[in-house]
Write a protein that binds this ligand. Sequence first.
Ligand code: UDP
Ligand code: UDP
Length: 484
Amino acid sequence: MSTQQRQPHVVIFPFMAHGHTLPLLDLSKALFRKNIEVTIITTPSNAKSITQHLVNSPTIQVIEIPFPSNGYGLPKGCENTSQLPSMDLHFAFLSATKQLKKPFEDVLASMSASEAGLPLCVISDFFLGWTLESCRAFGVPRLVFHGMSVLAMAISKSLCQYMPHLKPAASQNPSSLDLPGMRVPFDLAISDVPESIRNLDLNNPACQFLWEVAEADVNSWGVIINSFEELERSHISSFESFYHNGAKAWCVGPLFLCDDDKKLKDCEKFNNCNQIKHSLSTMQWLTEQVTPASVLYVSFGTQADVANAQLDEIAFGLKESGVPFIWVVRSTTWCVPKDVEEGVKSGKGLIVREWVDQRQILGHRSIGGFLSHCGWNSVLESISAGVPILAWPMMAEQPLNVKLVVSGLGAGIGLNWADWSGRRMCVPREEVCDGVRELMGGEKGRRARERAQALGRAARRAVKEGGSSHETLNKLIDQLCGVS
Ligand code: UDP
Ligand code: UDP
């Protein structure tokens, strides 16, 4: 690519969901430290929280473009999927983001007219597939960011291609799906297939949308992956084979570890922000739990709707296990059952309803396990901290992440959350309790902890000078700058 006389400048356009935005903020900081100018494009209310996160990197520019407020049935002021009252509105939200195309192109046009000129590339979230057309119009390479594991993406792509043939076979043998052209290091069952793929129907507008973003994805210049080569080596080339034009998968993660040395300073500066204030009292509670690796951390991420009846089962299961816990609850309609509340009051557990600093919690010596939905960020954060996972997927590609964590990496234990046909079941309190006890005190839990700790060491090596992710990021920058 010829990039002479350009400023080394990159535009990043995250999707408006925490799990998609946070790793791209880490990437922005990593690029910034390598003397690349970064401009983040987002909507006004997301710009506010992004600016807070970037308090130590004030030269990263944030440009606001308006989010369409009408016509999609979204609540007023809702600019982030974590603010959706229900995931039923997810497709409406995705559709609304298409209205960002014109203002996005206006930003590129003004860059083009400025002295600095167009950026070296646009790094765009997978869901913002329409950015490909804009990038082409301006002659700027588009790098796509998934925020998922290579394995989950590769399996999803393969499934989309072969699902019509697999369906009849799967109904005969639901516990074993064979994917042509892919070596998957464990058995796949129909329940592992994301629902959007299992029910693929191109007459359905939501499927059509996914189809469009997948098309834009495979026609992009390259893919940025928040994972590391040592974790995904066996299937990176199968994954790349789905891309046209020889696009490369750049594994540069875990991105949040790239920022490790600055973390402490970030927290000090964040003292005035309510989110972190709360997190500090959480940390205090954790520090009071003197036995190392004795506390279970429980969170199902920022998107999943967990039914109140299921939250009750979790509450009683946790209580019954006798294991101290920190549980981040998103539901605004669920009340803690009386019995459980008494236990909480006596210091056995902490139920938090605000944002916490999950990475800091997982890094605390008192944490010994994570009951998690296995969103990809949570998986990376948990293994990086050497914390084994009690895996319970809630949606999207999470069942595939669970397979990777439990069967592929051996860093966790799975709960029985679906029947043979993949239908979600309520997990009863007894099973929650047994799973927690096994993870925190059983032989399977001990082995998973050892594996998570080894993977954590490998993750830290990957981002250090000379490590695979560190070198890959350097190569990517060189290539964008036209050095190689
Ligand atoms: N690992 C892997 N693929 C590799 C290298 C490592 O999956 O190519 C995983 C492996 O499963 C191992 C973990 O990363 O358990 C840590 O690897 P290693 O044994 O090199 O680290 P150590 O235990 O010496 O810190
Ligand atoms: N997170 C956090 N505090 C919270 C809730 C979530 O720091 O109270 C972070 C978490 O550390 C992770 C991200 O939000 O980085 C959630 O991403 P993930 O992929 O795990 O799940 P999702 O929310 O996308 O389902």
